[in-house]
Write a protein of this length. Structure first.
Length: 277
């Protein structure tokens, strides 16, 4: 049987907006759920007068806000701040609260670069590529030159974002930068694939001749392209396009335009999510 959680305080008329996560919170319960699910994104910036005022005026939790207000003035850690909110709500058992507290204390020892890496990884996983790319660009300038593997990973991630945006020329450039720093097979093949997509057949042929030692990797990339094409042929997305064309050719114009607009709307929504700054 699932635990029952009683609501505490008011449901906010004006949400608390977390810009970084692009999330609007409407209750203290939602705030606690955010802390639990995204604990790796929480840092000392959460200890703010803005959040305390939201808890006071929107959630109506005056006593909790009074206690947290003292924390803000004393500049306490995020761990103490969050733990106090958990204790007030009683949403989670002691084991979970202690685990979150321990994680927050461990994170407080991370360097700024390590924290930004975690943020970029989160954004990347959420498909918010423009924000992730902006952080990766900045991180490259701050990661020490002696940390070749770390810098290589940043370039690799940047290249992957460009590749997903079909900017294969830029992707190839960044894969190459990554490969120069950390020459592993995965990066080499990604570099080859980006060039295959970016170059003309003639230029790609010249590229292959310039790198005769990579023959096995070129063959593997060709296999990957064939597999990808086969997967596309049987995909739902391709079938959806075929169905749209069939509607148009059969004269079912109204259904064609309706489904086309639905598809365009979905693509626009996905694009806005990926490029939101």
């Amino acid at each position: 049987m699932n635990n029952v959680c009683l609501c505490i305080g008011n449901y906010a008329k004006n949400p608390f907006y977390l810009k970084f996560s692009d999330i609007s919170l409407y209750s203290i319960e939602e705030l606690c759920y955010y802390f639990m699910e995204r604990v790796h994104l929480v840092d000392d910036s959460i200890v703010s007068a803005e959040l305390v005022n939201w808890i006071r005026y929107e959630c109506g939790l005056v006593e909790l806000a009074d206690e947290l207000d003292v924390y803000v003035r004393k500049h306490v850690s995020a761990a103490a701040f969050v733990s106090t909110i958990f204790e007030w709500t009683g949403m989670y058992d002691e084991r979970i609260v202690k685990q979150i507290d321990r994680t927050l204390k461990e994170q407080s020892g991370l360097t700024a670069i390590e924290r930004y890496k975690k943020r970029a990884e989160y954004l990347y996983q959420q498909g918010r590529f423009r924000q992730a790319l902006a952080i990766y660009r900045e991180l490259v300038d701050y990661i020490p030159s002696r940390d070749s593997a770390g810098r290589a990973q940043m370039y690799y991630n940047m290249a992957s974002i460009y590749a997903m945006d079909f900017a294969y020329s830029q992707a190839a450039n960044f894969y190459y930068e990554s490969y120069l720093l950390y020459p592993d097979r995965q990066t080499r093949r990604a570099y080859i694939l980006a060039n295959k997509r970016a170059l003309t057949d003639y230029a790609y042929g010249a590229f292959k001749r310039e790198n005769p030692d990579w023959e096995e990797d070129f063959l593997k990339v060709e296999e990957l392209c064939i597999q990808t094409d086969t997967k596309w042929q049987s995909s739902g997305e391709r079938q959806r396009l075929i169905d749209l064309i069939a509607l148009k050719e059969s004269g079912k114009v109204e259904a064609y335009y309706q489904q086309s607009q639905e598809l365009i709307g979905e693509l626009k929504k996905d694009y806005k999510r990926q490029t939101k700054s």
